[in-house]
Design a protein around this ligand. Structure first.
Ligand code: ZN
Length: 215
């Protein structure tokens, strides 16, 4: 099944998308089955989000001042995207901020979360989630960050033999804990948590943006 829509798969998709990572790519980057339609439908939004995050991290839309080479190339190639992001930037008293197209962010984060869910737990999550949230890490209190990063005690074990099973760690009381996977330091980490009444995927992009999807 396609991990995103449930249709017959034609191809495989990297999770996370490579635009969120720098070369050399990590070995054994997770791949999940996906249909051609889904494979293509997310790429513009992914490009937009990856470029916006890099501009926000660097506090500028001046391509020469950006750090990630892949983003510089993308913005040099895609003038209209560069314009769009530049126009969404406001600057006041030395503080730069960007207006984000939330639906496009949600589209990308939900896709990533579905990919991680499929990879970690074998089963695709095709329903609409009951919660989507995002916050810039620098706007979070230490307490909020600690809670966001905290391991969660799992009540229900994932399917035996699934990828999540191999990622389990055990605390002193032998309760199963979820844990964070660092795909590429400073660029991308995620944590899949499966409890008896909810399934959540938390993602941190660029040590900058914290996101959460809960089903
Ligand atoms: Zn699909």
């Amino acid at each position: 099944m396609c991990s995103y829509c449930g249709e017959k798969p034609d191809t495989r998709d990297h999770v996370p998308s490579r635009i969120l990572l720098d070369e050399p790519f990590p070995e054994n980057l997770p791949v999940v089955p996906c249909c051609n339609k889904c494979n293509q439908s997310f790429s513009l939004d992914e490009e937009y989000i990856a470029c916006l995050i890099e501009c926000a991290i660097c506090g500028t839309t001046d391509i020469d001042e950006l750090k990630r080479e892949k983003i510089k190339q993308t913005l040099n190639r895609n003038e209209s995207l560069h314009h769009k992001i530049s126009n969404s930037m406001t600057s006041s008293k030395g503080t730069v901020s960007f207006e984000i197209e939330v639906e496009r962010l949600k589209n990308v984060i939900l896709k990533l979360a579905k990919g991680h869910a499929k990879y970690e737990n074998s089963e695709p999550m095709l329903d609409d989630p009951k919660h989507f949230g995002f916050k810039v890490l620098s706007a979070m209190s230490q307490d909020e960050i600690d809670r966001f990063l905290a391991d969660t005690e799992l009540i229900k074990s994932p399917e035996v033999g699934s990828r999540a099973m191999q990622n389990m760690t055990f605390n002193k009381n032998k309760n199963i804990l979820s844990h964070w996977s660092v795909v590429q330091p400073h660029n991308y980490s995620y944590c899949v948590t499966n409890t008896f009444d909810s399934f959540s995927v938390r993602i941190i992009i660029g040590d900058y943006l914290a996101t959460e999807i809960i089903w």
